[in-house]
Design a protein around this ligand. Structure first.
Ligand SMILES: [Zn+2]
Length: 676
């Protein structure tokens, strides 16, 4: 690899409409922080920037819902997020925000320059417009049925159920998320980044010149490039964001995904007058730490923007992680299926490093991974406590007990002593090799292996048995162990900074550079160490049970609060009475062949026996529904479904995840009873 003179490290800008959870930490911020701490310990010239991403539709929707301004929303979450990062020791040089004045200037300038250079195409198209609220419906302001999976609550930019990227015009039965109105089409003009024009360059740069990127990142880029790139709109009709800095563009702002990555530049400019050295000099290594959902923006869109602007360097690597799941389910903010950082610290005070350790040891580096509280407890108790903590504690307690804390001088080293001391250098080398290629799990494992080797050495040499009979030998053993202990403080420093600080205090050692690791006489004979307290505490069964219970309880309490679609237009009572809804009993049920969703039902409606085809096969088995009383819209015009004439529609309740349940009379009632 090229010998870079300086490093610019960015971590994905968290979106300021909620706090941060363990998935964010595991995917982006811990790996970035480990890498940055490692660089700093190596005396590298490094700038590490991040900030809150504060524009875009989800923030204005949240503001509207809560009856506050978008600024109030982002102020609240910016501060919570910033504090969480500080609490967990994420050492940004700057944590900025995209609502800042400087960022507005920087992103406006960027747009102007691109516009001047002919970097955009202007297109007038028809887009959905909500007449009632007098507003164009971009992104999440419009909902409808996903054309790919049938989810009825897909957004204009994405279906959260199947993960498809959508445009509003693809939605079936589109509806305004503001008023519930059916939108009309209206002409509007926007600026587009012609990604198709950058395709040849991106193919060469990514597919040929960046084969060293992680396979998950490279693969996703390749699949985008193989599909062919399309022009992408970089502006929106909204009143929250960076105004499009062009005359006649009133009411238009930069698309949040255009201005957000420029936030890395603004964040650097905010603290470094010499920011151009980091952004515009080929001797700088630019790395973007992100989650997999941001790959396309950091590997394709942002590089295309930087290239079109000119003068900027491109990322040398984009070490994106996959997703972390929680207790077997996808982490979800809206369903409150998450471990929030600020809440974790309330229950596990001063245990940041335990979470940093577990999330690194189990990081979703190449595939999605699962976090469970049982695994959290096991890794804490069986690894941090039983291996690292136990070794350090035994060494320091013995030093204190035998030598009143004074480091003894070594005698002649035996092979077993030399072998352990050699392990220090080996561990250091393996950690370095893994960190250089962003394999944080493996790097951490090597550090733990050194502590493991120390424990094994103590067990084999048994100083407590020899202290009376062979005191000189024990002096050597303890001396060797203290060298390992001091080295562990350095080698674990990027991963577990709070623990290393504590251990250095026990050892009465200053913080030293990475290069000092591997030294076999790092603590000299005669140096005084302190009586230790425990480095890690055990996590008890009831503590993790409490967390699991809390997770399920908080999810239950948010179930009723999950996103509910807006109310439909008012109707007259007559409209309702036109519908003939009856109680009926299901007599027979069978799956419709060659479909996954449909079930053919025979119903006793009190009026007749009839066939109804219902889309419930993913939610019920035929055997479960026979004998059930349900409500039937009886006078719905018959329609053929898969060649079967369906006479009516069974009423179901559907939640925002698409789950269906029957609407049944509360007590058994006569078939044919009218619903009114
Ligand atoms: Zn879908």
């Amino acid at each position: 690899m090229k010998d870079f003179k300086r490093y610019l490290i960015t971590a994905a800008l968290p979106y300021a409409n909620g706090p941060v959870h363990i998935g964010h930490l595991a995917g982006v911020y811990i790996p970035a922080d480990i890498y940055v701490r490692y660089l700093r310990l190596n005396d590298k010239d490094v700038v590490f920037v991040c900030g809150s991403d504060e524009h875009g539709v989800p923030i204005t929707i949240k503001a509207k819902k809560e009856g506050i301004s978008p600024q109030e929303v982002v102020d609240r979450y910016h501060n919570i997020i910033k504090k969480s990062f500080a609490d967990f020791g994420i050492t940004f040089d700057n944590y900025s925000r995209t609502s800042s004045k400087l960022h507005h200037e920087v992103s406006s300038d960027f747009f102007r320059e691109l516009n001047k250079k002919g970097g955009f195409i202007e297109k007038t198209t028809e887009q959905y417009f909500d007449v009632k609220s007098n507003q164009f419906l971009a992104d999440r302001y419009i909902t409808g049925t996903c054309p790919r999976c049938g989810n009825e609550n897909a957004y204009g930019d994405q279906c959260e159920k199947c993960g498809s990227t959508l445009s509003p015009t693809e939605l079936i039965n589109p509806k305004s998320a503001i008023s519930g109105e059916i939108p009309v089409m209206k002409e509007t003009t926007h600026w587009y980044l012609p990604l198709d024009k950058h395709e040849a360059f991106l193919k060469q740069w990514i597919l040929e010149e960046n084969k060293h990127w992680k396979t998950n990142v490279y693969g996703q880029c390749k699949s985008w490039l193989d599909q062919g790139l399309q022009p992408r709109a970089v502006s929106r009709d909204l009143d929250w964001g960076v105004p499009v800095p062009v005359e006649g563009a009133a009411g238009k702002v930069l698309y949040v995904w255009f201005d957000a990555p420029i936030g890395y530049i603004s964040s650097t400019r905010e603290i470094r007058p010499d920011w151009e050295l980091y952004w515009k000099n080929e001797d700088t290594r630019l790395l973007h730490f992100i989650g997999k959902d941001n790959i396309v923006f950091h590997c394709i869109v942002f590089p295309a923007m930087l290239k079109a602007h000119g003068g900027y360097i491109l990322p040398e690597n984009v070490p994106a992680n996959e997703f972390l799941n929680l207790e077997g389910n996808k982490i979800s903010t809206s369903r409150n299926w998450a471990v929030w950082l600020h809440e974790y610290l309330e229950d596990f005070k001063d245990m940041q490093d335990t979470l940093r350790y577990v999330l690194t040891a189990n990081a979703p580096e190449t595939k999605d991974n699962d976090f469970s509280w049982k695994d959290f407890q096991a890794r804490n108790n069986n690894e941090l406590v039983a291996i690292y903590g136990n070794f350090v504690n035994r060494v320091l307690v013995l030093t204190s007990k035998y030598y009143e804390g004074i480091v003894p001088a070594p005698g002649i080293l035996e092979d077993i002593d030399k072998a352990l001391l050699d392990e220090i250098g080996n561990a250091k080398k393996l950690i370095e090799e893994n960190l250089e290629v962003f394999r944080f799990r493996d790097a951490l494992k090597e550090a733990m292996n050194l502590a493991r080797a120390g424990n094994k050495y103590l067990t084999e040499t048994e100083p407590w048995k020899q202290v009376k009979t062979n005191p000189a030998r024990v002096e050597t053993i303890i001396h060797v162990c203290l060298q390992v202990t001091a080295n562990l403080a350095i080698l674990f420093e990027p991963f577990l900074p709070f623990t290393s600080q504590k251990l250095r205090q026990f050892m009465n050692l200053p913080q030293v550079k990475w290069s000092a690791a591997g030294d076999k006489s790092i603590v000299k004979a005669g140096h005084k160490v302190s009586e230790p307290s425990l480095l890690f505490r055990k996590v008890e069964d009831d503590e993790v049970q409490k967390q699991v219970d809390k997770l399920h309880a908080s999810q239950a309490s948010t179930e009723i609060k999950t996103e509910v679609t807006t109310q439909k237009q008012e109707v007259e009572f007559d409209d309702f009475t036109k519908m003939d809804i009856r109680v009926a009993t299901i007599l027979h049920a069978e799956l419709v062949p060659k479909t996954t969703k449909l079930m053919k039902l025979t119903l006793d409606t009190g009026i007749d026996q009839r066939t109804v085809v219902s889309g419930i096969a993913e939610h019920y088995k035929p055997g479960d529904v026979i004998g059930k009383q349900v409500c039937l819209l009886a006078n719905l015009k018959p329609r053929p479904l898969k060649g079967i004439e369906s006479k009516g529609m069974i009423l179901m309740a559907q939640d925002s995840d698409g789950k269906l349940v029957f609407i049944s009379p509360e007590a058994k009632t006569i078939n044919g009873s009218e619903i009114r």
